[in-house]
Ligand binder design. Structure first.
Ligand code: PLP
Length: 460
């Protein structure tokens, strides 16, 4: 705010907060929004699992922003690693070899399962899924991709076409060759299943049926979120991922696990697939790899896919692929995770605090239809009626239809908890570094705020 011209223009605006707000409204065009209908909150600072507004009000972050700040805010060692790299070398083109990039690729490949040994770096998740699909198509010489309903894979042309939620609708017609399938979701089973075993078996048979009618020889890839994130924290039933792996092997299809949200600690593992001991051909990552301190994402690929591009050009690239600042921050973040046992903390939060705490909340509040999750990745699904499972708000509700969820969210915020809300669900997705006490404080607020949701309950 030191620029004198700006000061003149903004003369009369009473505070720094008001200036931030005013300039935002005048000049910043926000994602996924009708610009005149939003009022973004100015944030002054953040630390650990909390962020603070300009009035000094602090929020416990149960959303990790966009489920990406896995290490918490302003981790001093991570900030220092970025500072050090900035002093040494801020940028160098992807065509050169660079120590930060080499080391980031080495440690990520080291953590990845099986023979996933090479990393293509991107700036974020959408570019990762976009490139994973390009690799699968060129590797197989086929063009179709199977993508799930209730999924999100990013907002660029290919990634939004693969996305199975309403964010895709406005971008249609999109990339051809996407075939949509239902993944497992026992609470709202597309297969009329009543047990996890049935759900898993039927979801796999559904994939086989689709492959039969689409023609296996036309299908390059099956993409899935290992644990579905924004669309509901849908944890796959036992046997499902192994079943998809077996189908891909049988038909020569590339298995892409999108771990942009589920990876790097969110599920209490480096990669969520580790939970089920399944090795996909490609894993996409972003978010938690460095908690968004500098934008980065990527694709980890199997030796067989890397081999395809040994003598043949890979036709894709990005000016900032393997950006040194981003890579140095990923290396530092992974080391901090190891030194501070952050995966262990995420697991402990899931098994000892969030799991039992949310089960107690479900037992108490009639509007809670189901809680599910693992690690620091939980959903609380709210319903109007437990018997019919009618959602508390309709699918993709907005405006007045979304009032019950908005009222619930407002009750959380008023009490100092920042919730993640999507459709009829709140997701409990704090940083992996959250302490047990902080998590309990958040659950206590959630418990109070759910009285608001109960007010809309219409069941017995
Ligand atoms: C599973 C998944 N894939 C891809 C993306 C897209 O990532 P980005 O927003 O970094 O492009 C997201 C973002 O939320 C995601 O959750």
């Amino acid at each position: 705010m030191t620029d004198t011209v700006q000061r003149d223009v903004l003369a009369g605006i009473p505070s720094d907060e008001a200036i931030v707000r005013e300039l935002d409204r005048r000049h910043v065009f926000h994602s996924w929004s009708a610009q005149a209908l939003i009022d973004p909150m100015p944030i002054a600072s953040a630390s650990g699992s909390h962020f603070t507004d300009y009035n000094g009000k602090t929020y416990l972050d149960f959303s990790s922003q966009l489920v990406n700040v896995n290490i918490g805010y302003q981790h001093p060692r991570l900030v220092e690693a970025i500072r050090e790299q900035a002093a040494r070398l801020c940028t160098i083109a992807p065509s050169f070899a660079n120590d930060a990039r080499s080391e980031a690729a080495r440690v990520i490949a080291d953590l990845a399962p099986g023979d996933l040994n090479q990393v293509f770096f991107t700036n974020g998740g959408a570019e990762a899924t976009e490139n994973a699909l390009r690799m699968a198509r060129l590797h197989t010489g086929r063009h179709k991709v199977f993508a799930a309903y209730r999924s999100y894979h990013g907002a660029t042309a290919g990634s939004i076409a693969m996305t199975g939620d309403p964010r895709r609708w406005a971008s249609e017609p999109g990339m051809p060759g996407v075939v949509r399938y239902w993944g497992p979701y026992l609470y709202r089973s597309a297969f009329h299943a009543t047990t996890e075993v049935e759900e898993s078996e039927r979801a796999l048979q559904h994939l086989r049926d689709l492959i039969m009618v689409e023609g296996a020889q036309t299908i390059a890839a099956i993409i899935l979120e290992t644990v579905v994130g924004t669309n509901g924290i849908l944890v796959p039933p036992a046997g499902y991922l192994a079943g998809v792996r077996a189908i891909c092997d049988e038909f020569g299809i590339v298995m892409i696990a999108d771990e942009v949200m589920a990876g790097f600690g969110r599920c209490g593992e480096w990669f969520a697939v580790d939970h089920w001991n399944v090795t996909p051909d490609l894993i996409t990552f972003a978010k938690g790899v460095n908690s968004g301190y500098v934008p980065i994402g990527g694709v980890v690929m199997s030796d067989a896919i890397a081999e395809t591009f040994q003598q043949r050009v890979y036709p894709g690239g990005l000016t900032y692929s393997g950006h040194p600042l981003a890579c140095a921050s990923a290396v530092a973040s992974i080391q901090i995770f190891k030194d501070e046992q952050i995966l262990q903390n995420a697991r402990m939060l899931g098994t000892d605090v969030l799991g039992p705490g949310l089960a107690a909340i479900a037992a108490k509040h009639p509007s809670v239809g189901e809680v599910r999750g693992l690690g620091v990745f939980w959903a609380v699904e709210l319903v109007r009626d437990r018997d019919t499972r009618e959602p508390l708000v309709p699918f993709n509700a907005s405006g007045a239809d979304a009032a019950p969820m908005n009222a619930f969210a407002a009750a959380c915020k008023q009490r100092g908890l920042w919730p993640f809300v999507h459709f009829n669900r709140t997701h409990v997705v704090p940083p992996c570094t959250t302490t047990a006490d902080e998590a309990r404080q958040g659950l206590a607020i959630l418990d109070e705020a759910l009285d608001v949701a109960d007010g809309y309950y219409a069941g017995r």
